[in-house]
Structure formats: structure tokens, C-alpha cells
Design a protein around this ligand. Structure first.
Ligand SMILES: [Zn+2]
Ligand SMILES: [Zn+2]
Length: 273
């Protein structure tokens, strides 16, 4: 399977990248295509790489805006594409098949609030748009150690250490190859378990040793490298580095802890497992 970076900026879109978004796809005749996170600004570059109509599912690691906010744009695209929309705002029921969205509990309510506003005095919107997203998306809750089959891929979720409910995602293909995505997390046993033996470990490293001392939020380069070593991964790809941080410093920290290959993620880079 192939992993492609869509948005790699940490915490907010940077000058060179949207916030978190990655595409995992199989190399079959009818590929399985899963988007991992759809953060602020990511819907734009996603469309340069893949037709959003061809997605098998979206999986959201957690509900911070830099990981989910462009779901509002995907909703509009799904509902009002003239290929499917009959022109009547009170009837968006003609939509194509709903896209499954695997996410922490509460995603439907959070994204509904992000998209819908009180119609106020608008004569068009009043009573028109249904105040839910379920005609575009089918929401499925993630849980610790839940396992979901999506096309030919298996996605397992592991609760990790972040200020909100957040999951690391372990994706296994039919040949047993593994890609693990950390989501946002500090160092913890569940993250090591999620990444164990992974062919590609896509790991956040938003913090820098000595400068960023808060715990329970993000990994430093050093802690990401230590997780990679403890999990015995084959390769490490560092991501979610904010624009105010020197990427070389974070990579240097990781390289002192992990002896295998290390890369820095950037938009449209890809890796094969
Ligand atoms: Zn984040
Ligand atoms: Zn977060």
C-alpha cells in the first residue's frame, strides 16, 4: 500500500502546507482509498492528488480543527455537486452513497456545529438545509483497540496521550504490511503498541526538547525517535512540525534515538509499505 502526505503542517496550516491529512491507498485494480484526517486547508491539496468521490472512508484521529475542520468543505462538495444535487435546498436526499467517517465519539455533533449556522432571516436557508450531516456521511465511533475493515485494509485504533480523546491508527493490508499514524500524542505505551513492527511509522514531532516542556500533548523529535526504537519500526517519517520550528533540529533529536531511516514529511511525498 502507498501513503501520500497531503497536509503536514503542525497545529495550523503553514506557508508551505495545509494542516494534517494523509492518503493511504492500495495498489489493486479497484483500490481502497482512506483519508487519515482532513485538517484546516487540506481539502485543496487533497483534490490535486485524488478525486474525493473515490474515497472508501475518512478516518479522523481526533477532533482538533487541524485534523478535522475541512470535513465541512467535503460536506458541501458531497451535497451540492451539480452532478447529484437537484437544485432544491430543502431536498439534498438525492446524494450519492454516504462516505463512512470513522472518528472519536462526538464527531457528528462537532462537525454539525462547525458547518450549520442559525438561518436567521435568510428566506432561502430557513427550514431548507437539514441540520445534520448524515445524508453525506455515515459516522462510526472509534474506540481503544477497535478494528474496522475498510475495503481490503484493516484499521485499528489505539487511545493515545493528548488533551482530547485521540487515537493512533494502525493500518494493515492483506499482505501484512503495516503503516501506523500517530495522530497527536505524547509518548505512551499504547502508541508503541500501535506502531509495533510498522513498515512506515508516520509520527508527529510538534515539540522541541528544552523549548517545549509541557507534557501530555505532543512528542518532541527525541521522544518520537524513542517510540520508533521501542516499537521496532522499519522507517520513521516525522510530521506535524509547526512553521515556527526548525525541522532539522527535530530530525536531529530523533536521529539520536532511532538508528533506522528517518524522513521529514512534506506535501505530495509518498512512501510504500
Ligand atoms: Zn494537531
Ligand atoms: Zn491535537
Amino acid at each position: 500500500m502507498k501513503l501520500t502526505a497531503i497536509g503536514t503542517a503542525g497545529s495550523f496550516p503553514g506557508p508551505d502546507s495545509a494542516a494534517s491529512c494523509y492518503l493511504v491507498e492500495t495498489e489493486e485494480e479497484k483500490p481502497t482509498r482512506i483519508v487519515l484526517d482532513l485538517g484546516s486547508g487540506a481539502l485543496s491539496p487533497l483534490q490535486r492528488v485524488v478525486d474525493p468521490d473515490s474515497l472508501s472512508a475518512v478516518v479522523l484521529s481526533h477532533l482538533h480543527p487541524d485534523h478535522c475542520m475541512d470535513m465541512t468543505g467535503l460536506y458541501v462538495r458531497h451535497c451540492y455537486d451539480p452532478k447529484f444535487f437537484n437544485g432544491n435546498v430543502s431536498d439534498t436526499g438525492s446524494i450519492r452513497t454516504r462516505t463512512p467517517v470513522f472518528a472519536p465519539p462526538g464527531a457528528e455533533e462537532r462537525l454539525t456545529r462547525a458547518y450549520h449556522t442559525d438561518p436567521g432571516r435568510s428566506p432561502v436557508a430557513e427550514g431548507g438545509d437539514r441540520s445534520d450531516l448524515t445524508h453525506a456521511f455515515e459516522f462510526i465511533d472509534l474506540d481503544h483497540r477497535s478494528s474496522h475493515r475498510i475495503g481490503s485494509l484493516t484499521v485499528e485504533s489505539f487511545l493515545v496521550d493528548h488533551p482530547v480523546e485521540a487515537y493512533a491508527l494502525r493500518i494493515t493490508d492483506e499482505r501484512g504490511k503495516v503503516i501506523t499514524y500517530s495522530g497527536d500524542s505524547d509518548e505512551c505505551d499504547n502508541l508503541v503498541e500501535a506502531a509495533h513492527g510498522a513498515d512506515v511509522f508516520l509520527c508527529e514531532a510538534a515539540f522541541q526538547e528544552e523549548r517545549d516542556t509541557a507534557r501530555g500533548i505532543h512528542l518532541t523529535g527525541k521522544r518520537a525517535g524513542r517510540v520508533a526504537t521501542n516499537a521496532e519500526v522499519r522507517s520513521l517519517v516525522l510530521t506535524h512540525i509547526p512553521s515556527w520550528t526548525d525541522r532539522c533540529i527535530v530530525r536531529g533529536e530523533a536521529a539520536r534515538e532511532f538508528r533506522g531511516p528517518i524522513e521529514l514529511a512534506k506535501p505530495e511525498a509518498s512512501w510504500t509499505a
